[in-house]
Design a protein around this ligand. Structure first.
Ligand SMILES: [Zn+2]
Length: 422
């Protein structure tokens, strides 16, 4: 195969894909779905566009294989999170290449991965390989907002496409400087996910004049409650996955990524209070609210977690209201042939790297599929530094072009090994 030619082609596709603004809301994923369809049409791969709602397009493509083995799904999402345009050093939807990086919203989450999967999928077809299983390429909508108009509705509406098999999607990958302070590349393959639990805190108090402080000011009661929550040290999880990771890597560093994978976390995401617009400085309001984004380890019961939070706050005036109680999602087994193939291929390309199974700290489409019996791996086949990883969902998102290329080769070898008929 002419890898150089293929890489040029892939980079061009990625640049063009990044130029399509699929910020969710509103999503407009249909534009992305049609773009992918155009590429697959040229390869004579038939596709199905599934619009779950006007302009909310999903794309499904399949290469037929033998029915003997369970299907493989290369799953990626078309939508991206919105941008705070003023903070960007480059056009977020420009697909610009700068200093060895390809820049733009979606380069990490997850249009680069989508194009990596797309290229591997196309190569399977071009080489006319005989496959031991069906291989799907699925680009979903609405992943950044609960996936309701994406994978959730697809599973519901077209169950014939979704028969339990293997899924490779986002939620893990190679990193440098995240799990260890040295320069080693660590591959964390996502086999499970933390559960998002969103809570509203509400304090009703007594309105009044700002010049006359009193003890029933809802803002002050809320601040004290939040302080108690933030000062409470969440225990390190005693779950086998984390223990295994520590056994392989030694003591893990204290950084936001490691913490998010090994502990329950609580983040204050909204604070709201005040009377008037803009709110008046001299008025004590009668209501003060906050939201907490809590991410729970798989074996934590959300009701018990909320009860414990109530004990930490220790003030009946602070009401805790769950927005939605998350479902339990099983951890995918990682003693599978696919996991071993990934391990082998990674070790071959990155001989001094270490591979560990991890919990993905954020929610992905996998949670809906694991619950239906699919084995899902969060595996983006590229290596990202801690600094670059911080750009995900943030400003100036980018990925090293060389890593994007490496990802195509690595995933290609994995898929070939797993799907080629022996
Ligand atoms: Zn994503």
């Amino acid at each position: 195969m002419n890898w150089d030619k293929m890489k040029d082609e892939a980079l061009k596709y990625l640049q063009d894909y990044l130029k399509i603004d699929t910020s969710n809301p509103p999503g407009n994923e249909i534009k992305g779905a049609l773009f992918l369809k155009g590429i697959l049409d040229k390869e004579n791969i038939s596709t199905r566009i599934y619009e779950t709602s006007p302009r909310r397009g999903n794309l499904i493509a399949k290469i037929e294989g033998n029915k003997g083995e369970k299907p493989l799904y290369l799953l990626n999402h078309i939508d991206v999170v919105p941008v705070d345009r003023e903070k960007w050093e480059f056009e977020p939807f420009g697909g610009e290449i700068r200093d060895g990086y390809i820049c733009g919203r979606g380069t990490q989450d997850m249009k680069s991965m989508a194009v990596v999967q797309l290229m591997v999928f196309i190569l399977l077809k071009r080489e006319n390989l005989s496959l031991n299983r069906d291989v799907y390429f699925i680009a979903s909508a609405d992943e950044e907002k609960e996936s309701i108009l994406g994978i959730v509705q697809l599973i519901e509406d077209i169950p014939d496409v979704f028969t339990p098999g293997y899924v490779i999607t986002e939620g893990g990958g190679g990193t440098r400087g995240v799990f260890t302070e040295d320069d080693r590349v660590i591959w964390g393959i996502g086999v499970g996910e933390k559960k998002p639990l969103f809570l509203h805190l509400e304090v009703k108090g007594e309105a009044g004049h700002g010049s006359q402080p009193h003890k029933n000011n809802p803002n002050e009661l809320l601040v004290k409650a939040l302080n108690r929550v933030l000062e409470y040290k969440q225990d390190e999880a005693v779950i086998s996955l984390v223990e295994e990771t520590i056994r392989k890597l030694g003591k893990l560093p204290d950084n936001k990524f490691v913490n998010s994978m090994t502990k329950n976390t609580v983040t204050v995401t909204t604070l709201k209070a005040g009377v008037g617009e803009p709110p008046m400085e001299n008025v004590i309001p009668s209501l003060s609210t906050a939201s907490l984004d809590c991410r729970l380890l798989p074996d934590i019961n959300p009701y018990e977690f909320i009860e414990n939070l109530g004990k930490i706050i220790d003030d009946d005036r602070v009401k805790i209201k769950p927005v939605k109680i998350p479902e339990d999602v099983p951890v995918s087994p990682y003693d599978t042939e696919l996991f071993q193939i990934i391990e082998k291929a990674v070790s071959k390309k990155y001989p001094s790297s270490v591979i560990v199974a991890i919990l993905t700290p954020y929610a992905t489409d996998s949670r809906y599929l694991r619950n239906k019996g699919f084995v899902c791996y969060g595996f983006t086949p590229t290596v990202t530094t801690k600094e670059d990883l911080s750009l995900m969902h943030s400003d100036n998102e980018k990925i090293a072009v060389e890593e994007f290329y490496n990802g195509i080769e690595l995933l290609y070898h994995i898929i070939l090994k797993f799907c080629q008929k022996s």
